[in-house]
Ligand binder design. Structure first.
Ligand SMILES: [Zn+2]
Length: 333
């Protein structure tokens, strides 16, 4: 089966990939994702697009090794961007950092003996950031019905749980999300604190990963704020305080930063400059595309992998830079 999948992806994409190699020379492709789950759980999750099926990630890492792509840290990616060394490379970064980063994703990267970058939102291990979307999803997954305002929502199928998630999350999203979530927890007898620690990564978990050379720790703000929406002082505080908190708790020097949300509306030239002034060596967005020699280190493109991406051929589109080109042509940045 594996051979067949590789053969299909290769037949579709490899002639283009070879031509791309000749045309472009060495290139890097940075990927990002948020959460991961085993296949059986993935099928059930009300917000499954937010998770990678870990079996697919396993297959993709095997594929990359077979195609001679090096999986590298952000630091090594940056070194290659300035040196122009031969060979193509990818980086994987996981943003926010939930418990499954430690329990599901880290073991897979250890199995493949390849590095992973963790962009940590420090309010998660500090317990100061509300994980309302995880808490809502947890309730919708594990209960047969929930109370939302005056309404009783019956959850009798996977589709009902997914539809409920979409509808409720959309109605909460915004500045009042925490208030809606608190009322929901009170109405349904949910212990907010317990649900937080069921989903959050802890400082103890991060300390274990920080001492393993396979895992590189970067910053992703304190409160997961949209940096472009803040005045310069508040933006700088998010950058500097997340960096110093990671240093204080883990005893490490933090060199890389990723902007929350990361699209053009979420971070712009002012913010790229702030990241540089805050002392980071790089800052990453979620604009699609490839990196090549001489690339500006403070507006790095990253290709988001979500739950719907389960084909190697789709990943090859990222590796060849087609998705970045398409996004620019269509104005979706
Ligand atoms: Zn994030």
């Amino acid at each position: 089966m594996k051979v067949l999948l590789f053969a299909t992806a290769s037949a579709l994409a490899l002639p283009f990939a070879k031509a791309t190699d000749r045309a472009l020379g060495p290139r890097g492709c940075l990927f990002t994702f948020h959460r991961a789950a085993p296949s059986a759980l993935w099928e059930e999750l009300p917000n499954r697009n937010f998770y990678i099926d870990v079996a697919f990630l396993d297959k993709f890492l095997t594929y990359l090794a077979a195609q001679s792509w090096d999986v590298v840290t952000m630091s090594e990616a940056q070194r290659r961007m300035s040196s122009g060394d031969r060979g193509n490379y990818v980086n994987f970064s996981i943003d926010d950092c939930y418990r499954d980063t430690f329990e599901v994703v880290a073991p897979l990267f250890r199995k493949h003996q390849v590095p992973l970058t963790l962009f940590v939102t420090t309010g998660i291990p500090d317990g100061t950031l509300s994980l309302w979307s995880s808490g809502l999803e947890d309730a919708l997954l594990n209960r047969d019905l929930v109370r939302v305002g005056d309404e009783t929502v019956v959850l009798d199928s996977g589709e009902a749980r997914r539809a409920a998630y979409r509808r409720i999350a959309a109605s909460w999203d915004g500045l009042e999300a925490d208030k809606h979530y608190a009322a929901f927890c009170a109405a349904n007898g949910i212990d907010i604190e317990a649900v937080h620690w069921k989903h959050a990564i802890s400082w103890e978990m991060l300390a274990e990963l920080a001492h393993d050379p396979l895992f590189e720790i970067g910053a992703h703000t304190v409160t997961h704020a949209r940096i472009s929406s803040l005045d310069p002082e508040a933006a700088m505080a998010e950058l500097e305080q997340s960096r110093s908190r990671l240093n204080e708790r883990l005893g490490i020097r933090v060199e890389h930063f990723a902007f929350p949300y990361g699209r053009a509306v979420d971070c712009g030239p002012r913010d790229f400059e702030l990241a540089q002034r805050a002392g980071f060596r790089s800052a990453a967005t979620t604009r699609k595309g490839l990196v090549r020699r001489g690339r500006d280190a403070f507006s790095l493109p990253r290709n988001t992998i979500n739950g719907g991406h389960r084909s190697l051929a789709a990943m090859e589109m990222h590796l060849m830079g087609f998705t970045g080109t398409a996004a620019r042509v269509l104005g979706r940045v």
